[in-house]
Design a protein. Sequence first.
Length: 244
Amino acid sequence: MNPVAFEIFGISIRWYGILIGCGMLIGAYIAMKEAKRQGFEEETLLDILIIALPCAIIGARLYYVLFNLDLYDTIWEAINIRSGGLAIHGGVLAAVGSFWIYSRVKKLDFWKWLDIVAPSLILGQAIGRWGNFINQEAHGGPTDLPWGIMVDGVKVHPTFLYESLGNFIIFFILFKMRKTKKFDGQQIAWYMILYSIIRFFIEGLRTDSLYLGPIRVAQLISIVLALLGVAILYIKGKNAKKVA
């Protein structure tokens, strides 16, 4: 499949970028509706996104480059995201970190707003993963399973599909949870736990993992985030019971 959707004035517009953009727009729309439902101004969310989204892209690229320094000879090659190479963990960490700073400055409820955007975040990831399919990347090793896809003449695990389907399921869980949650921070904690579980096992099938020595970085980060999510549920849940 041709990764280029069309050209404008000689500039190639790639499906990968279109899908990521669609994921961001749909996610932003859902988050804005949820913010409004909870009595917040939609403009506040737009202000948050203006800060968080650029930071997410920078973080995703920086994370990928740091673990692949041998692939880049110049600064231009390192910052040229059109050549591929974005890591979701780096993007999420950078976005959350930038929002934490912003929330401190603007005196926003950090956990409440993280819960508002949690379903949108995982939905954007679910949609964006299809860009990997079009680019024929982020796939697994050889397989004889009937749903395998052909890449360079080899039938391989469609790990992009596994993760996308898993992310859609998480989205529906978090979306349903938004009206029944018992404390702020509950949704983002479950996002961290559920996504980390899915990513840990899928990462074991992939052939393009980033490594720290013999360890797959994504699996290590997944373990840390899952444990952190459990800690958030325990601490925030305990505090909520005390208040009640």
